[in-house]
Design a protein around this ligand. Sequence first.
Ligand code: CTP
Length: 131
Amino acid sequence: MKPYKRAITYGTFDLFHMGHLRLFERIKEIAEELVVAVSSDAFNAIKGKICVIPFEDRKHIIAALRVVDQVIDENSWEQKIEDIQKLGCDLFVMGDDWKGEFDFLTPYCHVLYLPRTEGVSSSEIKASIQK
Ligand code: CTP
C-alpha cells in the first residue's frame, strides 16, 4: 500500500520532457493514483505563457502515459480546492519552484513540493531551438 490514495498536480507541460516525467514517476511512487491538471491555452495566456504544443495535444500526450490515471483541464487559479474535494485527492504536489505558494491547500489535503529535476525546462528547450 502506498501512503496516499489519489494525488493531483498542475502545470503547462509544454514540450513534454524528463523533468515532467520524473515528477509524475516520483508522485506515483507514493500515491496509488495520479490526476494531472493541464493548463489550457487561455489560462496560459493569463499566466503570460505561450505554448509551442496546443492544449489538446499536451493533454493527449499526458493521458497516454502509464503513470497518469486521469487528466483534467486547468482553467483558473481558483479551481484547486474544488478539484481536490470533487476528485477526493489526499495529496497535492508541485515542483519546488512553487514552494510555499500552495500551502493554503493544507486544510484539504497534504501539500508536497518535490525538488525539480535539474538541467531541463520547457523554456530552456525553446531557447535552445531558437538559437
Ligand atoms: N518540473 C520539474 N522539473 C523540471 C521542470 C519542471 O519537476 N526540470 C515541474 C514543475 O516544478 C511543475 C511541473 O513540472 O511542478 C510543470 O512545470 P512546467 O512549468 O510545465 O514546466 P517547466 O519546464 O518548468 O516550464 P517553463 O520553463 O515554461 O517554466
